[in-house]
Design a protein around this ligand. Structure first.
Ligand SMILES: *[C@@H]1O[C@H](CO)[C@@H](O)[C@H](O)[C@H]1NC(C)=O
Ligand SMILES: *[C@@H]1O[C@H](CO)[C@@H](O)[C@H](O)[C@H]1NC(C)=O
Ligand SMILES: CC(=O)N[C@H]1CO[C@H](CO)[C@@H](O)[C@@H]1O
Length: 315
């Protein structure tokens, strides 16, 4: 019996829960106790015959019997997960008290896509598949709430992930910052569903991954507007996004309305005109120091986690 057919008034308030979350994930990691709650822990794991590494941060008060959302954080080039963690502070309870954070390491400091990467897209997608399988067998994970964020080369790799239906399909939403989308436009891009929710951050003054696109360090990059257009099309979003400008016209927030039950504001973009190649943060962080910049108007760590909280992987 369809409850909503009988209770039309109630159906309005139920509208936000219209999506039935995915229940199929492995939960064999539930119940396992770990001696590193609240402390970042470094691990090795074999993938395609190679020993690879990742680090993980469980909440301070991790309850081995409660299913947690899992957020994967992808570092930029010539970097490692531990650095991305320190730069974004995503493991801090202020951002992720109720989430498990996992930081995978690329091979030799980078992710597949650019010409300088030593790994192939297939190899890195398999690595993420293997991490997810392993994580579910060790930690208590809600498979309907698996998300990915990343910076620069790591942000660019999220695009390859979102375009892959099998591995990317395991994620409920993506939030890249300063992403270098070397693999776009991708004629073969086949996302698992519509919408694949995406929140992108980019500096209008990014000198490494230019907002206008063109030649980057590892190949040709699309302009951010073109890239948003590709995802607006894939997610069947309305042509004209809503634009809100703030901070005297220096900060621009675009919101697209897209296809499906979770389509509302499923594609979003923050552009900060005077921001360079950094992880957007209102407090000075490493990537801002490295770029010779100061704090900016928005916190990508906060906005990304809030964005993730709105989406589940549907059944
Ligand atoms: C990765 O870097 C190490 C040390 O710099 C080097 O010996 C190795 O050949 C590199 N691996 C690949 C696949 O390029
Ligand atoms: C996604 O990536 C995996 C790992 O490389 C690959 O086996 C699979 O065929 C890809 N799926 C699609 C739909 O392209
Ligand atoms: C290196 C550095 O200054 N990191 C800072 C990044 O931002 C957070 C939030 O204010 C600081 O706690 C870190 O020390």
């Amino acid at each position: 019996m369809n409850l909503r057919a009988f209770l039309p008034a109630l159906s309005l308030s139920l509208a936000v829960f219209a999506v039935e979350p995915y229940q199929g994930g492995d939960t064999s990691g539930c119940g396992k106790i770990h001696p590193f709650n609240g402390l970042t822990h470094y691990h090795t794991l074999e993938s395609l015959g190679e020993e690879r590494t990742y680090s993980i941060h469980l909440p301070y008060n991790y309850d081995a019997k409660a299913q947690y959302p899992l957020v994967l954080g992808f570092h930029g080039s010539s970097s490692v997960g531990l650095f991305f963690e320190v730069d974004t502070l995503l493991s801090m309870p202020a951002f992720s008290a109720d989430k498990i954070l996992l930081y995978p390491d690329g091979i030799n400091g980078s992710w597949a896509g650019p010409s300088y990467a030593v790994s192939t897209i297939e190899q890195d997608l398999q690595w993420i598949h293997d991490i997810l399988e392993h994580a579910r067998s060790e930690y208590c994970i809600d498979s309907a709430r698996v998300y990915a964020t990343g910076m620069s080369n790591g942000g660019g790799f999220l695009d390859s992930l979102a375009c892959n239906a099998t591995v990317g399909g395991e994620f409920a939403a993506f939030a890249p910052a300063a992403g270098s989308y070397y693999t776009e436009p991708d004629e073969a891009c086949q996302p698992a569903r519509k919408p694949m929710p995406i929140l992108e951050f980019h500096g209008g003054s990014d000198k490494s991954v230019h907002y206008e696109g063109g030649q980057g360090e590892g190949g040709i990059e699309p302009s951010i507007s073109d890239w948003l257009g590709l995802w607006a099309k894939r997610n069947e979003c309305d042509g004209d996004p809503k634009q809100e400008d703030s901070e005297g016209g220096k900060v621009h927030h675009l919101t697209f309305s897209c296809f499906g039950d979770q389509g509302e504001a499923a594609l979003q973009h923050w552009k900060v005109d005077d921001m360079g190649h950094v992880w957007p943060s209102t407090e000075l962080n490493f990537s801002q120091i490295a770029a010779g910049e100061g704090p900016t108007y928005i916190s990508a760590s906060k906005l990304a986690m809030e964005f993730f909280d709105r989406f589940v992987r549907p059944a």
